[in-house]
Design a protein around this ligand. Structure first.
Ligand SMILES: [Ca+2]
Ligand SMILES: [Ca+2]
Ligand SMILES: [Zn+2]
Length: 352
């Protein structure tokens, strides 16, 4: 089990953007809809205006301390992320350790917010030429939940296994992440310190940890079959994410109750790819461009963290993931103390 420093709660803080980017890396995706959730991200590059200035709300040190103690709760969950590399290009052996370690950390970061079963999520990273020249992430299959109002409902198999411990496809991989060699060669920067995420991300590169967190977000929940243009289902089935996609004035929104409560209303989804939040400046949801699961841009030189909104959306899909409440510092400290005691009680049964 990987020991991680849980920096993800800091995602609720926006760190200052130190410099404007004259050229920003645009990452949006289109996806194919098929019988199982076999979807692929397709992206391209455009120029965007400079991002908004954002500021830290709480002192970073206080959050670091609290997140450390909050993580003690997550230590109760026993998800092992088993990562294998399928290098079809054959020239990336030197990056295997970083890819494996970072995917494990990204998975553990997601799981740290969840109430999970004891299980092993097998992730296969395939390095191969894909049309998008970029990356993608998905579960390998789906789990049938039932028929509601005549529509069959499916969750992604990774979500099912995380919450139930049941592996729907046996020894086959549960999650597939695809990385194009061009994406690796020209875009991705592999963080030499993925636990602390403290080394500056180069100005001309996308942060690898952000990529792995993002792709796992798709694999766990933000995926489906609705057509990206029409928002219509292909047939009488939908994903747990699809069910909350709603159209208002020709814009698509996510209308899960937890996400709406947090956001203050329907959450604008990306007009090009429904599996992401936010749109470009001048369109609904431009303030969501800094979100990990945004569909507009992954800035070079920038780290992305799991946001409260990401967690709320995923909670709406049925994954048992915590959604932060505005409890303040004292409330967080109290939870941290309780969790720390629980953790100690687990490892030192005689303590309490
Ligand atoms: Ca498994
Ligand atoms: Ca499996
Ligand atoms: Zn994506």
């Amino acid at each position: 089990m990987v020991e991680i420093v849980p920096q993800a709660l800091i995602s609720d803080l926006w760190l200052p953007i130190s410099r404007p980017h004259s050229c920003q890396q645009f990452q949006y995706f289109a996806a194919n809809s098929k019988d199982s959730l076999n979807l692929e991200d397709i992206g391209k590059t455009i120029q965007l205006p400079v991002g908004k200035e954002m500021h830290m709300r709480w002192p970073r040190a206080i959050h670091l301390i609290l997140t450390f103690f909050m993580f003690q709760c997550s230590a109760l969950a026993a998800v092992d992320w088993n990562v294998t590399i399928d290098d079809q290009i054959g020239s990336y052996a030197s990056l295997y350790p970083a890819m494996i370690e970072q995917t494990k950390i990204a998975g553990a970061t997601w799981a740290s917010y969840m109430q999970t079963a004891d299980t092993t999520i097998d992730v296969k990273i395939s390095i191969l030429n894909v049309v998008s020249n970029r990356g993608s992430g998905r579960s390998e299959t789906t789990h049938f939940l039932g028929r509601f109002n005549g529509i069959r409902l499916y969750e992604q198999s990774a979500a099912w296994e995380l919450r139930s411990g049941n592996d729907i496809n046996g020894a086959l991989p549960d999650v597939l992440i695809e990385l194009d060699p061009d994406y690796i060669n020209t875009q991705m920067w592999f963080d030499p310190s993925p636990l602390t995420r403290s080394v500056p991300v180069p100005n001309n590169r996308i942060d690898s940890m952000s990529v792995f967190l993002h792709e796992l977000g798709h694999a766990i929940a933000m995926n489906g079959w609705k057509d990206h243009v029409t928002a219509q289902l292909p047939s009488d089935y939908q994903s747990t994410y699809d069910q909350f996609i709603t159209t208002v004035n020709n814009w698509r929104y996510f209308t899960g109750p937890a996400a709406m409560a947090l956001y203050g209303g329907p959450v604008p989804l990306n007009a090009v790819n429904l599996h992401h939040v936010g749109n470009n400046f001048g369109s609904p949801g431009s303030e969501l461009i800094p979100d990990l699961m945004n569909g507009v841009v992954f800035n070079w030189g920038t780290r992305y963290y799991i946001s409260s909104l990401d967690r709320a959306i995923i909670a709406d899909t049925g994954v048992p993931i915590s959604i932060p409440e505005p409890v303040g510092i004292l409330g967080l400290a109290l939870v941290a103390i309780v969790c720390q005691r629980q953790r100690l009680a687990r490892w030192l049964p005689n303590l309490v």
